[in-house]
Design a protein around this ligand. Sequence first.
Ligand code: ZN
Length: 321
Amino acid sequence: MTDYRPQTIISHPHCLAHDTGGGEHPENPERLRLIHQRLRDGPLASSISEIAAGKAAREDILVYHTEPYLFRLEETALKGQTYIDHRDNQICFESYEAILLAAGGCLTGIDLLEGQGHDQVFCSIRPPGHHAEKAMALGFCFVNNAVVAGRYWQRRYGRGKIAIIDWDAHHGNGIQDAFEDDPNVFYISIHEHPTFSFPGTGYAEEKGLGPGVGATLNIPLPPGADDAMFLRAMSRFVEPALESFQPERLIVSAGFDGHMLDDMSGLSYSTDLYEEIGKRMAGLAARYCQGKILSILEGGYHLEALAASVERYLLGLAKYK
Ligand SMILES: [Zn+2]
């Protein structure tokens, strides 16, 4: 018998309808299909509740994105154009609905966390969000799911201090942009050094602006960085920073493209690392947030490594004592 902590997975079948131009694009529906299949067949199957994402309202998205951008995004999808702002950002007729469900799924997750019986919520959604800026799609991202979630947590539930930990291989430029002048939202990112990696932001010198100085922490790692370097960054920088910030709520931008098999980055993490990350994140949530943690899927493009790493991350959360 296992005694895993219950895991809540938020998703929606329509997230699969966001077609990025066939299977050639790295951010394709197979990502979610494989994650869900792996979870259904694996050791966590009986510990998982699956809950359907709700749709984000316009006003939830307009806390960051501009109205003209949102209209442009909707129009671009509905007119049948195949991309927005850059050819990387492939889009189809169904994409706008998927975008609202991806962001909305995070809000569904927050509602569950603020209710009873859900402490560890993973939003298995696409498209991802952390590169999206207020009026620009970037890096397969259209609406910034983590930003929408952070603001919703503050506005709807009065949670003042939010920490967002982003360990996708790439810097979450959009999250940083949204919160860099806000002392109440602490954005922490561990990513491959911007000299070598998309989108070219996230230098250690970027520490926030104006009243937000000190509430942005960028930890760039060199190409080839491995599990030990990641964990050292956690212990030396992330954990002490959170101890002084004392967050009320924790959002994890969970990207899995730092895996050694994933060719979207030069990082060299093993599948085992993700279970350890799960334990660490659960530990932080227990320390500051009554165990409540919202994880949002960002990148991760090697299909088998992605599915295995998501499972191990959730196992790490689920095993936390
Ligand atoms: Zn990434």
